[in-house]
Design a protein around this ligand. Structure first.
Ligand code: SAM
Length: 250
């Protein structure tokens, strides 16, 4: 196999060449340590090249992206690609979002720490971990129960204690825990679900992809009972399923 001298490619080659089949137990441990260090390097490179070199400026977001081990939220066979500039498959036909999009959506929420955040679309649990690393309490809903269960276990094993994951349709939010300082939606409905707007505190922010074939990332702001919307960038998310597909006006 040809290995390019560039850091990412060299490390990916290292992972590809390191077959587990020939490992003795002590070698496995050493390799695991080497792997962790390689992932640390890849994560640092991800933050520099995919975030700082673009428009991610919030130091708290950059610190969170540096802190959360994304590879733990990715299926084992996809792990070597954890820090590449793209979404990855996580099973059940779903994806973990591209790292830059996770950072951008987090930055748009202007979190200071101490907020209560609702996430619709837990997926792997990675975005929820990033939100916890920002010092918030996270309530996350996932419509595919095996994903919700797996994300809950991953978050627990990785030590994220301020995330509650529930299996269900996030279209109606989490009324028992409302109101929220911020809402983040990581699956695209073709309209903004009114229950999510209702569960947002005054002065609260929501970031949500809206559309079907053409989607736009929308930042919604509630102020003095008034709601304003700002288009941020075109995006491509998996569709929001469940009630979003049946809602009136659909
Ligand atoms: N935030 C996730 C992460 O960090 O891995 C990525 C989420 S993935 C792009 C979108 C997720 O939204 C999928 O897991 C999908 O099953 C879920 N989803 C779709 N419709 C939903 C709904 N109505 N309620 C809750 N989750 C939903």
């Amino acid at each position: 196999m040809y290995c390019s001298p560039r850091l990412t490619e060299a490390l990916l080659c290292l992972f590809a060449l390191a077959g587990w089949h020939c490992a003795e137990p002590d070698v496995v441990q050493e390799r695991a340590m080497g792997e962790r260090e390689s992932f640390d390097l890849l994560r640092e490179q991800m933050v520099r090249e995919q975030m700082e070199a673009r428009d991610i400026r919030d130091p708290r977001v950059l610190a969170a992206m540096r802190a959360v081990p994304r590879h733990l939220f990715v299926p084992v066979d996809e792990r070597p690609f954890s820090y590449t500039d793209r979404p990855l498959a996580i099973g059940e036909g779903q994806t973990i979002s591209q790292p830059y999009i996770v950072a951008l959506m987090t930055q748009l929420l202007h979190l200071q720490g101490g907020e209560k955040v609702l996430e619709v679309g837990t997926g792997s649990g990675y975005q929820a971990a990033v939100l916890e690393a920002m010092g918030t309490r996270v309530f996350s809903i996932e419509i595919i129960c095996p994903l919700a269960e797996r994300a809950g276990k991953t978050l627990e094993a990785a030590g994220y204690e301020n995330v509650m994951v529930r299996c269900g349709d996030g279209y109606r939010g989490w009324p028992e825990q409302a109101p929220f300082d911020a809402v983040i939606v990581t699956a695209a409905p073709d309209h903004i679900p009114q229950p999510l707007v209702d569960q947002l505190k005054d002065e609260g922010l929501m970031v949500i992809p809206v559309g079907d074939i053409h989607q736009e990332l929308v930042l919604l702001r509630k102020r003095g009972g008034k709601v304003t919307e700002q288009d941020i960038i075109p995006v491509r998310f998996v569709p929001m399923t469940g009630e979003a597909e049946k809602a009136p006006g659909h």
